[in-house]
Ligand binder design. Structure first.
Ligand code: S3P
Ligand code: PEP
Length: 458
């Protein structure tokens, strides 16, 4: 495990965001999906036989997940696959992780960093271990809600010591098995509470029946991703979409298959690159864009088209073309909240007002994203106001300055988008992008260098 930032990064470092000289014209290969990689790791670790993850994302969040599973005894071998190892996916071989399930053991200590998927998806796995598993992480991990997972696990038979706030740090006293059964949770603050219980449920004695009570659930595509991946691993899952009750998910106890999974590119991390086409009136192609996917980033096709761009899905991937003119948008981003920071950056460069709704839960993400976006864009001369459930963005001429990022990868990529159009944007701690995107500055300058090269050729 080398070459990836595994700490939150250096707050004193300032990265001068490059401006674009003209329309970008580039093909950008985006690394694998965080959400698919971390679900794939858990399902493979709980399987009855070894499995493969091909083209996994190697970033802070996924390396923390792999380290945590290893700490509980799971084998994860990193290899570079070639034809001999089987299909390497649409573009051939590349990196692959072989996951070898084993008895889950405590005592173990897990560093969750600031990864929602690690802090929420692993406590049910720890409940299946045969000893205590201690969870802690970055200071922000102590503030992000975990009560839905803690309360549900207790109701399902787990013993957990925490300080009574429903947050980290905590110790799950794994008993080697968990009863499971019916449980009610309020997952209105994070869809990850539901995904967490479903992912480990095939290994609970009675499986699980999760009933969501409370206000609307955010990020439904991510719950669909959980259900799809469970089914692909052989689990039996009942959902509203399969004729079941709304807000209720049932997973039957069963053995899980070891899969050979090719991880899709991270479509949410494609957002800044597609935004570059929007902002510069250029063209960006993302290879291997899936034809069908549960990733919320697929909605970018619709959202950026509504804002004035155009896209085409071909054998080469998704090609997104901007005209340089951006129209403001009135959009409910409840289901695709993680796309908000980059959409807000594009909206700040539009020629009319935008209203982004349905995203109050973003106040509980890596940072309070609504407050941070409003403050940082306004400090560059913008006019962004927080509403009860989102942002109202009135485009203004922007100027350079320091853009603080609050250890939030998506704040940093949003700042890079603004920097394409605004001279003198200095992005604090761009290294924080390593949470989900290794070498973002390299990919960004690669996109701009490819543009210069193609301009010279023509
Ligand atoms: O399950 C997942 O992989 C995710 C679910 C969403 O979380 P919330 O429902 O907490 O917004 C999303 O924002 C996060 O980036 C990834
Ligand atoms: C909310 C996010 O991450 P996490 O998995 O830490 O919740 C995100 O990546 O936008």
């Amino acid at each position: 495990m080398t070459g990836i930032e595994t700490s939150p990064g250096d707050h004193t470092a300032l990265w001068p965001a490059p401006t674009a000289d003209g329309a970008v014209d580039a093909t950008v290969t985006v690394p694998g999906s965080k959400s698919v990689t971390n679900r794939g790791l858990i399902l493979a670790a709980l399987a009855a036989e070894p499995g493969w993850l091909r083209r996994p994302l190697r970033s802070r969040d996924t390396l923390l997940m792999a380290a945590a599973l290893r700490a509980m005894g799971v084998g994860i071998e990193e290899t570079v696959s070639d034809g001999a190892l089987g299909s390497g996916g649409p573009s051939g071989g590349g990196e692959a992780w072989r996951v070898i399930p084993a008895g889950l053991h405590g005592p173990a200590t897990i560093d969750v960093g600031n990864a929602g998927t690690v802090m929420r998806f692993l406590p049910p796995v720890a409940a299946l271990a045969d000893g205590p598993v201690h969870f802690d992480g970055d200071p922000r991990s102590h503030e992000r809600p975990l009560n839905g997972v803690i309360d549900a696990l207790r109701a399902l038979g787990a013993r957990i010591d925490d300080d009574g706030r429903g947050a980290l740090p905590m110790t799950v006293h794994g008993g080697g098995a968990l009863d499971g059964g019916p449980v009610r949770i309020d997952a209105s603050s994070s869809s990850q509470f539901v995904s967490s219980l479903l992912l480990s449920a095939p290994r609970f004695n009675q499986g699980v029946e999760v009933r969501h009570i409370g206000a609307a659930l955010p990020s439904l595509p991510h719950i669909r991703m959980t259900v799809d991946m469970l089914r692909a691993a052989g689990a039996r899952v009942d959902t509203a979409e399969a004729g079941g009750e709304r807000g209720v998910w049932r997973v039957a106890p069963s053995a899980l298959l070891g899969r050979d999974l090719v991880v899709e590119p991270d479509l949410s991390n494609a957002a800044p690159f597609l935004a570059a086409a929007m902002v510069t009136g250029g063209r960006v192609t993302i290879p291997d864009w899936p034809e069908r996917t549960t990733q919320p980033g697929d909605e970018l096709r619709r959202i950026f088209t509504e804002m004035g761009g155009a896209c085409e899905l071909t054998d080469a991937g998704l090609t997104f073309t901007g005209t340089g003119r951006i129209t403001g948008i009135d959009a409910d981003l409840h289901e695709v909240g993680e796309l908000t920071p980059v959409i807000a950056a594009v909206a700040a460069l539009a020629d009319s007002e935008s209203v982004l709704r349905g995203i109050a839960h973003l106040r509980l993400h890596e940072t309070d994203r609504l407050a941070a976006l409003a403050k940082e864009i306004n400090e560059l001369g913008g006019d962004v106001a927080e509403t009860e459930d989102g942002l109202r963005i009135r485009p203004r001429p922007l100027h350079g300055g320091i853009f603080h990022t609050y250890e939030d990868h998506r704040l940093a990529t949003a700042a890079a988008v603004l920097g394409l159009a605004v001279d003198g944007v200095l992005v604090e701690n761009v290294a924080t992008t390593a949470k989900t995107l290794p070498d973002f500055p390299g990919l960004w300058s690669g996109m701009l260098d490819a543009t210069t090269t193609s301009a010279r050729r023509s």
